[in-house]
Ligand binder design. Structure first.
Ligand code: ZN
Length: 349
């Protein structure tokens, strides 16, 4: 129950009570009222947040006009055109979501925002996943409020005589505290779109930071002025430090550099080859569906094959100059590489 409701309850029971009891009640009311300022501030913050989330222009996303359905009677689950939203059990008592009205308002705002992001991802990269993205919000997730996860569920099956993997759905789990940060939310949601391609880590992180920075005002990883000179970091073998990046969980002193450098690189290619460059890249990937035959992550040379095709020029020298260990591949090379990678993975115990 909220404080305001508790106060109303106290005032209601004044009538018909002995005088001493009334004074006790007045005292309690005064004590409760001391909390009124804090309550008011919390309400203002909440209203401001809802307003911000609804004001898509402040987030640089175009407003979407989705069909949102809230599950009655408790509003613990809601759906929109491309998402489902579930409140986990540990949020039922959360002070911001402990009433049906609050959950409904939150769900409408969150789904509206995520549909705007869906439109942006479609406009910028051509992404149009066929499956819904299932988002679950928690108070604590895996014992923390600091980690969100994206899980891609897929199955293997035959199509046109080929053994391919098919994505069944994307599941995302967020602690509420993380979801409420615009930049983090946009970053994590972007992974739901890119994960299905099994891209090199640096490339999917670069795309996520680009969206976070340029479309969600979450600029915690600013671009470098250049990709060369002192901005370039290599390992002991002289290979660009982006290549052996394990992703979010791979912490260490290079983490911040890796996010910034991958964003700078993804952004540089877009500036060079135009805003529809990545749309072409993903169209080419979709047409070949080679990523569906991968049982691991795509190698950078594999990606550079598609980047070069979309750019209309060989980008191997560009990547080699940045100390990536890449070589020019043909489609036959890629098919052979896939076979080798897959048989290696199958051999592992
Ligand atoms: Zn990421």
């Amino acid at each position: 129950m909220k404080r305001r409701n508790r106060l109303l309850f106290i005032i209601k029971v004044f009538d018909g009570l002995p005088r001493t009891t009334t004074w006790v009640m007045v005292l309690i009311a005064v004590l409760v009222c001391n909390g009124c300022t804090a309550l008011k501030e919390a309400q203002q913050r909440r209203e401001q947040r809802i307003l911000e989330e609804r004001n898509a222009s402040s987030l640089m996303l175009r407003p979407a006009n989705p069909t949102i359905k809230i599950k009655e009677p408790d509003a613990l689950y809601a759906t929109s055109d491309h998402y489902t939203l579930t409140f986990a059990k540990d949020l039922y008592e959360h002070p911001e979501l402990d009433s049906i009205e609050e959950r409904e308002t939150f769900a409408r705002s969150a789904l509206g925002y995520m549909e705007s992001l869906y439109d942006a991802m479609n406009r910028l990269f051509g992404f149009q996943p066929k499956h819904k993205i299932h988002v679950t919000l928690h108070d604590l997730y895996q014992g923390t409020r600091l980690a969100a996860t994206t899980t891609t569920n897929y199955r293997y099956g035959f199509q046109n005589g080929r053994y391919l993997k098919f994505v069944n759905g994307i599941k995302m789990d967020f602690p509420l505290a993380m979801y409420e940060k615009h930049g983090v939310r946009a970053h994590e949601l972007t992974h739901a779109f890119t994960n299905i391609y099994f891209l090199p880590v640096w490339f999917s992180e670069g795309i996520a930071v680009l969206i976070q920075t340029e479309y969600a005002q979450g600029g915690t990883h600013p671009k470098f002025d250049s990709l060369k000179g002192t901005y370039l970091r290599v390992d002991l073998d002289g290979v660009n430090q982006l290549e052996n990046w394990g992703g979010h969980l791979d912490g260490g002193p290079l983490t911040q550099w890796r996010y910034r450098y991958s964003y700078t690189l993804v952004s540089e290619l877009r500036e060079r080859y135009g805003n529809d460059f990545y749309i072409k890249v993903f169209e080419l990937m979709e047409a070949d569906a080679l990523h569906q035959r991968l049982e691991g992550k795509m190698r950078t040379s594999f990606l550079v094959y598609y980047l070069s095709k979309a750019a209309g020029e060989d980008l191997v020298p560009f990547f080699q100059e940045l100390q990536f260990k890449v070589r020019k591949l043909t489609k036959e090379d890629i098919l052979k590489q896939i076979e080798e990678m897959n048989s290696q993975i199958r051999r592992q115990p």
